[in-house]
Design a protein around this ligand. Structure first.
Ligand code: OGA
Ligand code: NI
Length: 192
């Protein structure tokens, strides 16, 4: 909590145990084989723009049922963030994402001051064999100076990232190997 309080972001490697990573990776592969993944879109109208964003996503229909232990843990974290920051982080939306080889996600912000209800972004990386050169790193930019790269995070298995959705521009560098994530947002209720 101290780290996110001071810098607005938190990152930890080896956060999720190997068994959970393999479990979720297998789940992603099964859902992909079942054709559950769709091309991602950007913006309110849901435009498809492969130059900016070229991953495929699968929205979790029911967060609490499907995510088991991670779900409980994330919900506790949501409640703690809500209390600590006094922000109305009342629900969680989340999706699995697959970046095929060559895919990337250009520099963007998840919530450009009040455009949507997202307050905190979280990401789990599900890539057991990631190694340097495989690409797909996440770059966080300095909120005070958008040209300044604050941090570059390797999408290694088990790494967890959390940041304020309204503060941090970020970018996903081109993936040279398929790249899997579980990503979501702690957010306000959609209708308030
Ligand atoms: C997003 C996003 C980052 C990542 O889905 O909005 O920025 O590392 N994802 O996958
Ligand atoms: Ni994003």
């Amino acid at each position: 909590m101290v780290q996110i309080e001071e810098s607005g972001f938190y990152t930890s490697d080896a956060f999720l145990d190997t068994d959970s990573v393999l479990y979720w990776k297998a789940y992603v592969e099964k859902m992909n084989a079942d054709n559950q993944f769709r091309d991602s879109t950007i913006g309110k109208q849901g435009h498809k723009n492969v130059k900016i964003r070229s991953d495929k996503i699968f929205w979790l229909p029911d967060f609490s049922g499907l995510t088991q232990d991670i779900g409980h843990w994330l919900d506790d974290l949501r409640a703690a963030l809500k209390n600590h920051f006094r922000m109305p982080a009342d629900e969680i939306e989340s999706h699995f994402s697959i970046y095929p080889v060559g895919a990337s996600y250009g520099k963007h912000i998840d919530n450009a001051s009040g455009v949507n209800n997202r307050l905190f972004t979280f990401i789990f990386y599900l890539n057991p064999s990631w190694k340097p050169g495989d690409g797909g790193e996440l770059v966080l930019f300095d909120p005070e100076n958008l040209d300044n790269k604050l941090k570059q995070i390797e999408p290694r298995s088990g790494t967890f990232v959390l940041f304020r959705s309204d503060l941090f521009h970020h970018e996903v560098l081109k993936a040279h190997k398929p790249r899997y994530t579980f990503t979501g947002w702690m957010r306000r209720h959609a209708r308030v």
